[in-house]
Design a protein around this ligand. Structure first.
Ligand code: G6P
Length: 600
């Protein structure tokens, strides 16, 4: 993961870089750093340390004029988060300063072969890159040395490189990890995500794998950039317009991004409807719908929250168009695939579109010639670009690490897809999704009441969610949400399975939250609630009106039975949020996590 930003231009580079790093902190936030060229005394200055970008901004002095720099916010893969392991890293003579997002798989072999006597300062895999470049410059030009290094390193990288002898140049390269070049009227910005380009670039280009860039301030004061492949052949490309505005990535008056994003969900539903409707009917490109023709089975590949959306997607695909579907954890599928049917279709679900576990699967199944479709919130992402086709979620930028609106957006896209593929339409989708948005609004409006329930019920170090069928999938997501931001150990359980072992963990006061949205399982889940309350559990029931009991704590407005996961998840997101708030946790940036996981 890690976020990187570099700038060469007329603005103060450290302003662009530090504000960019703040926007990229969702990618990792255990340490950060910046290197910049001070025009006053012609010196390169590097500040880096363990901790958040806020400290990098507040604890160091940026008063010197500077127009070239690189910065990094880290999610540790090699070596602890500390000052020494923070980026930027230098080559031995300190000629080259680099920041890196990714993992160099063969750094030990390269060290043994090219720099066997080198004593590295940090524990990172990044230092080898800076040192190899420096090593090769003994015989080669800088650009050749960089390209030679790139030809040797295996793994993933988005790299920004400064040669301290040429402060009018900035180099960059990428493979697997994302890197965008942003072109503004007064300079060039390079960053991991378009969010860091907003305000500094009007156009951008997502750099392709194994591509190398050099940005130069020319003698006439103009900023130029060129892209080359690894052997030095110029690459032609087309710039895209940045259409995101700064407002979309602010908190808009909310205390936390997560709360803002929870509250945005009804409007996300409406936005997706508007994006996927033409002449009052739902519309998905015929070329995408035709990908489903003649297939024997859909394989959904995803991780984390997106995988939970995948489970709901399976339910929708099997119940509406009746297409068999299996859901796989991406990191498992990558190296332990099942026996596939003859005509599969692979659907990759990913908020970020960058998750390395998914990309490993995508590369693999594409090599086998199978059809691939990505569902993502980021249309410019790697998984969107590399699959045969993609469907955009249109949830808007999701900043909180814990995914909420993107999850709901993924399910809506899967619903539209399943609906359009169904030969007989089971309901009026526009009407039913509109009801979903209203039901969501009603419970979001009651969030203070949910906060009160949290204070009363979520009082232990552990918690259970139970449900059956489609509600079980929501339980898995609800449990993940609660544990990832409050650190309360939570399990999502199939309600009927609890008694086969895990019920041993139920003791006085342990919260058990039950989700009931379907009449077919209402009595059974209620029997399971009685089993746990008889053993001291503190129950909290989330139900829909048509299956509710007067003793239920949260009752949601009815929606179509296939769409209930879109509404039952909302109170669980609020339960997670308020539990973490009361425990004084860092809700938007939970410990050890990152939003975009670009390492396997
Ligand atoms: C990380 C995030 C999770 C997310 C998962 C998959 O682990 O912390 O919230 O669900 O990655 O991310 P994706 O971008 O592929 O949906």
């Amino acid at each position: 993961m890690c976020g990187i930003v570099g700038y060469l231009g007329e603005k103060k580079a450290t302003d662009v870089i530090l504000s960019g790093l703040e926007k990229l902190e969702y990618r990792g936030y255990d340490s950060c750093g910046v290197s910049f060229f001070s025009n006053i005394d012609n010196q390169f200055i590097t500040y880096k340390d363990k901790g958040r970008v806020k400290h990098l901004v507040e604890d160091f002095n940026y008063s010197l004029v500077n127009h070239l720099g690189i910065g990094h916010t880290r999610w540790a893969t090699h070596g602890k988060p500390n000052q020494v392991n923070s980026h930027p890293h230098f080559s031995r003579s300190e000629r080259f300063s680099i920041v890196h997002n990714g993992v160099i798989e063969n750094y030990k072999e390269l060290t043994a072969k090219y720099l066997p006597h080198m004593k590295f300062i940090s524990e990172t895999d990044t230092e080898i890159i800076a040192n190899l470049i420096e090593h090769f410059t003994h015989d080669l030009s800088v650009e050749e040395a960089i390209r030679k290094t790139l030809s040797l390193i295996e793994g993933s990288y988005a790299l920004l490189i400064i040669d301290t002898t040429t402060p009018h140049k900035l180099y960059a390269a990428k493979n697997k990890s994302p890197l965008l070049i942003g072109v503004g009227t007064d300079g060039i910005t390079l960053a991991s995500d378009v969010m860091a380009l907003i305000g500094h670039a009007q156009y951008y280009y997502p750099i392709e794998d194994k591509t190398f860039t050099s940005v130069t301030k020319q003698a006439n004061g103009k900023y130029t950039y060129e892209l080359f492949d690894i052997i030095g052949k110029p690459v032609t490309f087309k710039l895209l317009k940045i259409d995101m505005v700064l407002d979309e990535i602010g908190k808009a008056g909310y205390s936390h991004f997560m709360l803002k994003e929870i509250c945005e969900q009804p409007s996300v539903i409406r936005k997706i409807m508007s994006k996927y409707m033409e002449n009052d009917t739902f519309f998905v490109s015929p070329s995408i719908l035709s990908m489903f023709e003649g297939i024997d089975r859909v394989y959904i590949i995803a991780a984390g929250t997106s995988m939970h959306a995948g489970f709901v997607g399976k339910h929708l695909l099997e119940n509406m168009p009746k297409i068999p579907c299996e859901v796989f954890i991406a990191s498992e599928f990558a190296y332990n695939p099942p026996l596939l049917v003859d005509n599969p279709l692979f659907i990759f679900i990913s908020q970020s579109g960058e998750t390395a576990d998914l990309r490993a699967c995508l590369v693999n199944v594409k090599e086998q010639g199978y059809k691939t479709l990505t569902i993502t919130n980021v249309a410019t992402s790697t998984l969107a670009r590399e699959a045969d086709a993609y469907l955009e979620i249109y949830a808007g930028p999701e900043i909180a690490v814990a995914s909420t609106k993107a999850y709901v957006g993924q399910i809506v896209i899967l619903t539209i897809l399943a609906y359009l593929l169904a030969p007989r339409k089971p309901f009026d989708l526009h009407l039913e999704l509109s009801k979903v948005a209203v039901s969501m609004e009603a419970i979001i409006d009651k969030r203070d009441y949910i906060h009160e329930l949290v204070k009363e019920k979520i009082t232990k170090r552990n918690c259970f969610y139970i449900g059956r069928g489609i509600d079980y999938f929501t339980c898995l997501e609800a449990a993940l949400k609660l544990k990832e931001i409050s650190y309360i150990q939570t399990e999502g359980f199939a309600a009927g399975e609890l008694k086969h072992g895990t019920i041993a963990l139920i003791e006085e006061g342990v919260p058990v939250i039950a989700i009931i949205s379907q009449s077919a399982i209402n009595n059974n889940t209620r029997a399971n609630i009685r089993e746990v309350t008889a053993r001291g559990a503190n129950k909290l029931v989330i139900s829909l009106e048509n299956v509710s009991d007067v003793t239920d704590e949260i009752i949601l407005m009815d929606v179509h039975q296939l769409l209930t996961p879109l509404v039952t998840v909302i109170p669980t997101q609020l339960i997670a949020f308020y539990s973490a708030l009361d425990l004084n946790k860092d809700i938007d940036k939970p410990r050890n996590l990152a939003k975009s996981v670009t390492v396997e």
